[in-house]
Design a protein around this ligand. Structure first.
Ligand code: ATP
Ligand code: MG
Length: 365
């Protein structure tokens, strides 16, 4: 039987046929960069049952002759792969095998990452993505972003929480994760703004199914919009759920994130002045959003209703949050929001995650 890493049983995964340990290591790395796991068969006998159903088959140069001798059926999306020097003699075999391509490593690495990524998109739905913006300073947007990410991860969704607010102080702090090892924004972007996609998941601070891309507490350096786009692209392929915490003043990077989001929420305290401030934020954000709605946070010192706030902003009301003093105390102690699964914030997060993903979100532990 082919072996595979811990993949969901219903995903149709690419098949790698090789018993060359070094080649396999390279291909597993490239698959990870493409955001997908693979099935591995050491020889044609092990490959036979997966040969036809796999969306893509990569035959290592070491197994080309054995596959030919085993008379495996011809199929599309078959690639012969090997290192420079190993594969030259394989052109003829490739033709006999019916391989569409001969991928010579390391030159073909980016091409293979793209082929793996294609399988990921076809084999599993791309991540759902939400963006949060505060209607005024201190509205509760970052806490809600943290709560959504924690809730999604509790529902066993592979989740990325992305901090797109350079002045927010670092989202890792919202989770109490500042001591966790891992890369933060400035270090992740290369000088030319490219994001090393495989580094994304491996190098970020993580716990269980949640990874966080946060700002550090170093100098303020703008992240190029291309870096955010590349990060989101990689995340869409390799994660199930992505949460972006936006700055109130949208920069190019934030616009890129809003445009990519399936839903955007503006968080507004139930106060008149907050509603007035939020109107300006909404005016700037709305043109970039496909689906913008309001979440109103209590208390309401002047008894302003959530529906009135939403009406004043001309947006649908997505939810409201009752005051939760225990949450502030927990945050100060470094407890992640919604981690216990109970309370107004956790319940709102569970509803939103379920609406977006169809995945029932767990309540109190
Ligand atoms: N659901 C909540 N219940 C009670 N207090 C909350 C809640 N959400 C946020 N707070 C309080 O409000 C403070 C500000 O929240 P948060 O940092 O999420 O706001 P923000 O909109 O992201 O602000 P910024 O303008 O800094 O980005 C928190 O430190 C916390 O004390
Ligand atoms: Mg914030």
């Amino acid at each position: 039987m082919p072996s595979r890493t811990s993949a969901p049983p219903d995903r149709r995964l690419p098949l790698v046929v090789t018993s060359d340990g070094e080649l396999l290591e390279d291909l597993l790395r490239l698959a990870a960069a493409g955001g997908i796991e693979v099935e591995v068969a050491a020889d044609p006998a092990a490959a036979r049952t997966r040969w036809r159903p796999s969306p893509l088959v990569l035959v290592g140069s070491d197994q080309a002759q054995p596959c030919l001798r085993a008379r495996l059926p011809r199929r599309s999306r078959l690639v012969l792969v090997g290192r420079f020097g190993d594969v030259e003699s394989g052109w003829q075999v490739a033709e006999l095998l019916g391989a569409e391509h001969v991928a010579v490593l390391p030159a073909a690495e980016p091409w293979l990452v793209d082929r793996f990524a294609d399988c990921g998109i076809e084999g599993g739905a791309p991540a759902r993505m939400v963006a949060l913006v505060g209607g005024r300073g201190g509205a509760g947007a970052s806490v809600l972003a943290g709560g959504l990410a924690v809730t999604a991860a509790r529902a066993r969704l592979r989740t990325l929480l992305l901090d797109a607010d350079p002045l927010g102080g670092g989202l890792d702090l919202v989770l109490g994760w500042e001591q966790l090892e891992g890369l933060r924004w400035p270090a992740l972007t290369a000088a030319d703004g490219r994001v090393d996609a495989p580094a994304l998941v491996r190098a970020l601070p993580s716990r269980g199914d949640l990874v966080v891309l946060s700002w550090d507490r170093g100098d303020l350096i703008a992240v190029p919009a291309e870096a955010v786009a590349a990060t989101l692209d990689a995340a869409r392929r390799s994660r199930d759920f992505v949460v972006v915490d936006l700055p109130r003043q949208l920069d190019d990077a934030a616009v890129t994130a809003v445009q990519a989001a399936d839903r955007t929420f503006v968080v507004v305290p139930a106060e008149l002045r907050a509603t007035a401030a939020a109107a300006r934020v909404v005016a700037a954000v709305a043109p970039h959003c496909s689906d913008l709605s309001v979440i109103v946070r209590g208390p309401a010192p002047g008894r302003l209703r959530a529906t009135e706030v939403a009406k004043a902003l001309g947006l649908p009301l997505a939810g409201s949050l009752r005051p939760e003093p225990g949450l502030c105390r927990g945050l100060e102690r470094g407890e992640a929001p919604a981690a216990g699964g109970r309370g107004p914030l956790a319940e709102l997060c569970q509803r939103i995650v379920t609406e977006l993903t169809g995945q029932p979100a767990a309540g109190a532990a």
